[in-house]
Design a protein around this ligand. Structure first.
Ligand SMILES: Nc1ncnc2c1ncn2[C@@H]1O[C@H](COP(=O)(O)OP(=O)(O)OP(=O)(O)O)[C@@H](O)[C@H]1O
Ligand SMILES: Nc1ccn([C@H]2C[C@H](O)[C@@H](COP(=O)(O)O)O2)c(=O)n1
Length: 230
């Protein structure tokens, strides 16, 4: 999806920001399906650049090479028959590699580099296409779509987020410990929230939803209730 219309500012956007494991991706996808809107998984872009940099054996201290990588990496999305979102990096299906905690940590590290963020800005805004967009990430409501009419900030306790991730990875047969996941989640929260540029934080006009103890369907309904009745 590369052709943003010349005046996309009238196209509605629902931003869903929040920390890792708060359910942004799950809720955003379901809400986008219910609305018939497009969906942007902005974290996948950072993950894809991190993975592409790894494939190319780039030195993560080489800022110019990283920025070139952010501009040049081809990133595509497609739904597989089961409804899962597959991510193509330079035409290669990298979905499984992207979803690892290692890729998440690498994405979080490169996402702290202002020039990398700037390189991905237009690509993210190009997703704003009719009839509407649901965008999930860390800075959707604060930086990428500050004029979005609907903004949500999802949270959940760190313990619950670690448990969700534990269950998700166990179901996939990945061997992890709950303690290790909790430590990784807390480290990623700290890095994403404390960086100088576009830190993880709720937009002033975002509605905060604490999803601790709430099921997915309940959260989807709470988010949909923020939009005008269709
Ligand atoms: N409200 C909820 N109740 C229970 N489980 C949930 C809820 N929301 C999401 N989950 C589950 O938690 C896991 C993590 O959710 P998801 O990947 O959507 O989080 P995320 O915020 O997008 O994380 P990340 O930023 O790391 O990509 C998934 O297995 C998902 O099914
Ligand atoms: N808008 C965004 C989206 C993601 N990031 C960074 C920070 C995250 O830790 C990492 C992976 O994101 P996820 O796939 O877990 O949502 O990418 C960001 O800085 N801004």
């Amino acid at each position: 999806m590369n052709n943003a219309s010349s005046d996309s500012s009238t196209i509605p956007v629902l931003t869903i920001d929040g920390p890792s494991g708060s359910g942004k991706g799950t809720i955003s996808r379901l809400v986008a399906q219910r609305l018939g809107w497009h969906y942007l998984d902005s974290g996948a872009l950072y993950r894809a650049v991190g993975v592409a940099a790894g494939w190319a054996d780039l030195d993560l201290a080489d800022l110019a090479a990283l920025v070139r990588c952010a501009f040049d990496t081809r990133i595509g999305f497609r739904d597989d028959p089961s409804g899962e979102l597959r991510v193509l990096v330079n035409e290669q299906d990298a979905t499984d590699e992207l979803r690892t905690e290692t890729a998440g940590a690498a994405a979080s590290a490169i996402a702290a580099i202002p020039e990398v963020r700037a390189a991905l800005k237009d690509r993210q805004r190009a997703f704003r296409q009719a009839p509407g967009l649901v965008a999930d990430g860390r800075d959707m409501g604060t930086v990428i779509f500050p004029d979005a009419p609907f903004k949500v900030f999802l949270t959940a306790s760190a313990d619950e987020r670690a448990e969700r991730r534990y269950k998700q990875l166990k179901d996939k047969g990945v061997c992890v410990t709950l303690d290790g996941l909790l430590r990784e989640i807390l480290a990623r929260d700290a890095r994403d929230a404390q960086r100088a540029v576009a830190p993880l934080r709720p937009a002033e006009d975002a509605v905060r939803i604490d999803t601790t103890g709430l099921g997915i369907d309940t959260v989807v309904e709470q988010v949909l209730a923020l939009l005008p009745a269709r």
